[in-house]
Design a protein around this ligand. Structure first.
Ligand code: ZN
Length: 112
């Protein structure tokens, strides 16, 4: 399994952007699959204050990523260059991060 697993409906091909017990569109059965792990940032917020246990990760960059599969997920952006994020920046899954949310990093070779 890759670092990012999504679910697709076997009946209607709906792809869920968070874990569900059944398809919200047709009540069909969902099956897990490995996502490509790539997408683009559609919006972001840079957070400079959070609870103390996250101090070492500040500033925290929260992003909404439109995945190659066509669904959006909320995630954290990691990496020393994370504050250089822009809307439209290509990102890829970062499995080594600290958060329990999905984590991405700016894609290699990105100039954004
Ligand atoms: Zn369905």
């Amino acid at each position: 399994m890759s670092a990012l697993v999504l679910q697709r409906c076997a009946e209607c091909d709906y792809i869920a952007n968070f874990w569900r017990i059944g398809c919200p569109r047709c009540l069909g059965q969902l099956a897990a699959f490995d996502a490509q792990g790539a997408g683009v940032v559609t919006t972001f917020s840079i957070i400079h204050r959070w609870v103390a246990r996250f101090d070492e990760h500040l500033p925290i960059v929260l992003v909404v990523v439109e995945l190659a599969e066509g669904v959006e997920v909320m995630a954290s952006l990691v990496g020393d260059d994370r504050v250089n994020v822009t809307v439209g920046a290509p990102v890829e899954v970062a499995p080594e991060g600290w958060s329990s949310k999905s984590q991405f990093r700016l894609a290699t070779g990105s100039t954004n």
